[in-house]
Structures are given as C-alpha cells and as structure tokens.
Design a protein around this ligand. Structure first.
Ligand code: NAD
Length: 678
C-alpha cells in the first residue's frame, strides 16, 4: 500500500504532505510517514527547513478513532511528535480546515504554526471523556499560558484562527489561497535561527504565580463540568504543566489519559459519538432517496411549542407562517418569540439585526388559505385527538399536494391522525421538546404509511435546524415519554410508600440528571391540565393545586422557593403526601437511595427493551440518543441502554425482581444469553 505521506522540494524547504481522506486522521501510516519525512529532511544537507501540510479539506483533524481500543502500532503519536520537535531545522505547520485533537498536537510539536484565516484549532478530546494524550496538555500551556490553555483543554471548543493567533497559538495568518507558498516563505525566513520548542516554553508560569486561576475556572464552569471526570483531569494536567518539568508533566498526562481511556465515562461518550451518527440512518430508507424541497414552513398553534418550533426555522432562514384561532393568541405567540430572540441578543448570542431578520421571516395569520403553498406544516395545537383530526382534515383541503404534514403530538396515534387526510403517506410525527428552540432532540415518528421521501427530508431538515434526530415507531409516548411514564409511575409510588420526595429528586440529581421529577413538575407548572376544581381532589398533584401550590411560577409547588428559586421541602406538602398515603392504607417505611435509584431507572431499561423488541426503535443506541438529548440523561453514562449494559443486564433483571417489578421477555432473554443491548 502506498504511503499517505509524500514529500516535495521547494528550494531549501522540504514540504511534507499528508493525503489521507477524508480528514487526514493520524493513523499508523500517517505517523510513520511523518517520521520518515523528518528523517529525510535531517539526512539531507540541502534541506534547511520543513513545512507540514495536508491535502484535501483539512489539516490533521485528529486521531484515527477506529484505532481506539486496538493494540497500538508504532510509531505512537507522542514518539512521532517528539522526533519532529527534536529537529534542529525549523518545522512549520501549515494549517487549513481544522487542527483538532491529535492534529492540534502535531501543530504544537512543530516549531512554528501558520494558518489560513478560516482555520480552526482545538483539543476536543474532553468531549469524548479524554484529555489529549500526545503531550498537548503540556506543550499548549508552555506555549500560551495556563489560563489561555484551560478552556481549550477542559471545555474542548475549537477556536478560530484569529483567536488562536491572539493567544499565541498561531505565529501568523497567511493568505486563504496561498497557504503553501506563504508557509514556505515563512519557513525560509526562520532558517538559521534557533528553533523555539513549545516543550521548552515558559508561558505556563502564570498558573504558578496565580494558582487561583484553576479554582476560578472550575467555579465558572462548574455546571458544564458537573459529573464529568475528564475536565478535572484536564485541569490537573494543565496545572502540572506549570509545576513539573516537561518529562514529568508528560508522564502525568499519560497517567491521567490512561485512567480516562480505560474508564467507563470515556467508553460511554465514545458510544454516544457513534450513536448520534447511527441515529441518522433509517435502515430501510435508501440513502439516495430524493428529498422534498422545504422552502416555506407552516405552523398551527402559537403556544409554548408552536412558537419554539417556529423559531428553529426562522433562525435557519426559512420563512414561517404561523396560524392561530384568535388574534390575541397570535399576538401573544409572536410577542413571546420576539422576546426570546431579544433575550438571546442581550446575552450576546445574536445581534439586533439578526433578531429583526428572523422575525422578518414570520407571517402570523388566522387564515388557513395562507398555508396553501407551504412545503411542510407542523401542527402544535392542544393534545386532543378530535382537535388534531379537525386540523389535519382542514390541512388536507388547503395545503398543496406533495407537502409534508406533521404533528408535534406527545402521545397520540400518528396513524389515526394520518387517516384524517387523503394523503397518509405525507403524514408523520415531528416531536420537538420544550423549550423547542433550545432542546436538541427531535423524535421523528414514522407512521405505517409514511413515505421514504418524507422521512428522509425530515432527517435532513432536522440537521439543518441543528437538531439531533431519532426515529420512533407509533406507540403511546413514542420512545422518550413512554419510558418517562415508567419512571414517573415509580416516583409517585415511592413517595406513597415513605420515600421523601426530595430524596427522589436528589437521587436523579446525583445520578447526573439536571433535575428530578418533582422539581420538573414545579418548573413546568403543576396546574398544567388541572381541572380547576379545588373541591375535586384525587391525586397529590390535585391536592397541591387545590392548596394553590402551582409550582415555581407562584413560589410554591412540591417545594417552597425563595427569590433565587432555591428550593426547600415544604411541611405542608409532606402533610398532604402523608394524608394521601394514610388514606390509601400504605404502610410507610424508610427507603434507601439505592432502592429509589433502581426503581426509577431499571423500569425505564425494561421499557426500552420492550420498545426494541416491538421494533419501535431501530437500535438500542437510538434510545440513548433520545434520552441524552431530550431528557438530560447524563452523557457520561452513555444513555439508559448503554448504562444498563455497564451495570450488567442480569443485575438489572435481579434488581427488577427484587422490587417486584415487571421483567420483559426480551430483557430476560438478553440477560440469560449473556448479551448486551449495544
Ligand atoms: P399550548 O396550549 O401552549 O399551545 C397550543 C396553542 O394552539 C394555543 O395557543 C391555542 O390557541 C392553539 N390552538 C388550539 N387549537 C387550535 C386550532 N384548532 N387552530 C389553531 N390553533 C389552535 O400547548 P403546547 O404546550 O404548545 O402543546 C402543543 C402540542 O405540543 C400538544 O400536542 C402537546 O402534547 C405537544 N407537546 C408539548 C410539549 C410541552 O412540553 N409543552 C412538549 C412536546 C410536545
């Protein structure tokens, strides 16, 4: 096999070129080729400088992820980079596209770095539960300082070339179309000068002089990093770069890296990386299915969901016509959207001009005829089959043939909704999550008759509006809410049996969810769907509403809230729950946090197994994608199905049995066969 690395001579400069599509990943052949290239330069007296660049769309975009978990084949990236850096002839990285992860580490090992203005650099390993493992955590702080290195290593977002130059990560920005020539000229200008090695840099002393920067960084990013191991390891590594000499620092990085690499979190996050990509594929829909052109979107209902859904399309530059029954509702809906955009502008996420641009694409209407030329219409009216059927039959009358008709229903049967039209093939569910302009998940609900082009177009569109999509079959609550209802059922039972409701919330918080079910109820409002008759009390929730405890909105729900929205358990609610339990004749007992956790989470896994068995999800990892993006399941456990695999399916079965809960045949047979979901 020919090497992906070749060399070219330009006067006294040797240019080492990688051609390893699609992203010049740093596989074994590339690493070996780089070492050969450097040896060639060092062995040739007429070569006085070296440029490293890549063909194709990008500089080395990172490690070859397919080599993860396989026996290593030399040269390793750290060894290759040490050879490169050791050269006494100047080596210049010439960067276009992205220099990420291992690619950024290659650049760091070079003596100089030049890039085109459109390039980006970064160390995103932390997003896969890792830290850089080829001395990136040691070279970067020595080059740019600990403070500038911290966000790059511990948060992992790439930075544009200009920013990279401003922190000293890049030496020069060169012409967008003259990278090679400019890099060669730059290299020539450095001939004869002593080479600067980033491993010998001293910028990292800022963290030694002011060690508070590490705690300050932790405090500032605490929420983002909560529960994740890798960011803390990253901070430790950057700190070590200031405290240890280079060799010991590299050893420290290796120790931290190895611990993460062999740990569960990184496995879970790598699982998720592939899961998200897999979820994009619908197994029996050919990849070359022709798409429907979506140039204009209609939305029915400008309430909580309709407004949020509309914002997705407006932000992506797609015009939206939104329909309501009454002018006031229409005005209120559009007003909320504008306010949301203005808040985003206040936080610096968009400009005032962009707000006007987005709102300029919105056409509010009371007239169905205005939807006639829409390519996609999404219904987000009340959750009632009768109302939805009426809306769909109306849409069938007025909207042009060939347009997609979608429902945002949370639980209702998409097939029944489709039958209200004469074009069931064009009907599907597009289930957004609240707040719809922010939450990443889009459940795409495939009806019995939904056409391939309708599905393929929806998938593509999801990407365009920045959503992560997963396909569900038609069943009550689809993938996400169907599993959620099992958790809620147990949460309600637990508090009737003596568990403290705040312990139920705290167990999920400790597991890594952003909040528990009772906090979630308070946030959403306990009076949603309430019959508004305080004399009719059949559930705890109705009792709370009767006591005017509506949730965060009036400062009291399951919890009492202070001005800062801090929650404290309420004596009144404890009493309400105790009274209910007494009325039902439930014996009260102490319930351990372990039992709470198992009873909340194992039934979800069991329901996930049934969803798989029934073919409602294409693959276990799609369920993980749904829960991580739609419900705040902690990414570092990989989602419910991957998590169950790490717990061990036999253990899940035993746990369910211990608590007298249902074990599906599918889960039991998997456990007995020693199999896992993923
Ligand atoms: P909402 O009450 O906030 O909004 C519904 C809007 O639809 C109201 O403004 C109402 O005036 C309008 N409407 C009702 N009937 C109409 C009709 N025939 N024609 C035009 N407009 C009509 O409700 P929501 O929370 O936005 O929920 C809408 C849908 O989205 C429901 O099916 C719900 O199950 C689903 N959903 C809600 C959430 C959530 O968290 N709120 C999440 C996912 C899905």
């Amino acid at each position: 096999m020919s090497s992906p690395i070749r060399t070219e001579r330009h006067d006294n400069v040797l240019v080492i070129i990688s051609d390893n599509p699609p992203v010049n990943a740093l596989g074994q052949a590339v690493r070996a080729g780089l070492v050969d290239g450097i040896e060639q330069a060092l062995g040739d007296n007429s070569v006085e400088a070296v440029v490293i660049r890549c063909d194709g769309r990008t500089f080395f975009a990172g490690a070859d992820i397919t080599e993860f978990g396989k026996p290593p084949k030399g040269p390793s990236l750290p060894d290759a980079l040490d050879k490169l850096e050791a050269s006494d002839k100047p080596v210049v990285a010439a960067i276009h596209g992205t220099a990420l992860g291992g690619g950024c580490e290659v650049a760091l090992a070079c003596h100089y770095r030049v890039a085109v203005p459109s390039a980006k650099m970064g160390l995103p390993e932390v997003k896969l539960g890792l830290i850089p493992g080829a001395a990136g955590t040691q070279r970067l702080p020595r080059l740019v300082g600990a403070e500038a290195a911290l966000p790059l290593v511990a948060i992992g977002n790439p930075i544009p070339a200009k920013k990279a130059q401003s922190i000293g990560l890049l030496d020069e920005l060169v012409g967008e179309d003259s990278l090679e020539a400019d890099a060669i000229a730059f290299a020539k200008s450095k001939v004869g000068q002593p080479v600067p090695r980033s491993s010998e840099g001293q910028a990292n002393q800022d963290g030694v002089k002011n060690p508070d920067i590490f705690d300050e960084f932790r405090a500032k990013n605490g929420r983002k990093m909560r529960g994740f191991d890798a960011p803390n390891a990253a901070i430790e590594a950057v700190k070590a770069a200031g405290e240890l000499d280079y060799k010991d620092g590299v050893a420290k990085e290796r120790e931290l890296f190895t611990k993460l690499m062999t740990g569960t979190q990184s496995k879970a996050m790598r699982h998720y990386f592939f899961a998200e990509r897999a979820a994009n594929k619908i197994d029996d829909v050919p990849s070359d299915t022709p798409l429907i052109d979506v140039k204009k979107v209609g939305i029915i209902g400008a309430g909580t969901m309709g407004g949020g859904i509309a914002m997705n399309f407006l932000s992506a530059g797609i015009p939206v016509t939104i329909l309501e029954m009454k002018q006031e509702a229409l005005d209120r809906g559009a007003g909320v959207m504008r306010k949301n955009y203005e808040n985003a502008a206040k936080r610096g996420r968009m400009s005032a001009e962009q707000v006007d641009q987005a709102m300029g694409l919105l056409t509010p209407t009371l007239d169905y005829d205005d939807l006639a030329d829409c390519d996609l219409v999404i219904e987000a009216v009340y959750e009632s089959m009768d109302v939805k059927k009426e809306v769909f039959s109306k849409l069938d009358e007025v909207v042009k043939q060939g347009a997609i008709l979608a429902s945002n229903t949370s639980y209702l049967d998409i097939n029944k909704i489709a039958m209200a039209t004469d074009r069931p093939g064009y009907v599907l569910g597009l289930h957004f999550f609240s707040p719809a302009n922010i939450m990443k998940l889009l459940e795409i609900v495939r009806g019995d008759k939904t056409r391939d082009d309708v599905l393929a177009t929806s998938m593509k569109l999801a990407k365009k509006i920045g959503k992560v999509a997963a396909v569900s079959g038609v069943c009550p609550g689809f993938i996400g809410n169907r599993m959620l209802s099992k958790r809620q059922e147990q949460a309600n039972k637990l508090i009737m049996e003596g568990a403290n409701y705040w312990d139920v919330d705290d167990v999920l918080l400790e597991f890594g969810f952003p909040m528990g079910p009772f906090q979630m109820g308070d946030l959403a409002g306990l009076d949603i769907g309430w019959h508004r008759d305080p004399s009719k009390v059949t559930t705890v929730r109705e009792a709370l509403c009767a006591a005017e405890r509506f949730g965060q909105k009036n400062g009291k729900g399951f919890y009492d809230y202070d001005e800062a929205r801090q929650r404290t358990p309420s004596d009144e609610v404890k009493q309400i729950i105790a009274d209910f339990a007494a009325k039902e004749g439930n014996e009260q007992r102490d319930i351990s946090k372990d039992e709470i956790r198992e009873r909340l989470l194992y039934p979800m896994v069991n329901e996930g197994a049934k969803i798989l068995d029934e073919g409602m999800a294409q693959r276990a990892s799609d369920i993980d994608v749904v829960w991580i993006n739609g419900y705040g399941w902690p990414l570092y456990t990989g989602g419910p199905m991957f998590w169950a695999d790490t717990v061990g399916l036999p253990e899940v079965v035993v746990g369910l049995e211990r608590h007298g809960l249902e074990v599906s045949d599918y889960l039991r047979s998997k456990a007995e066969a020693g199999e896992s979901f993923n």
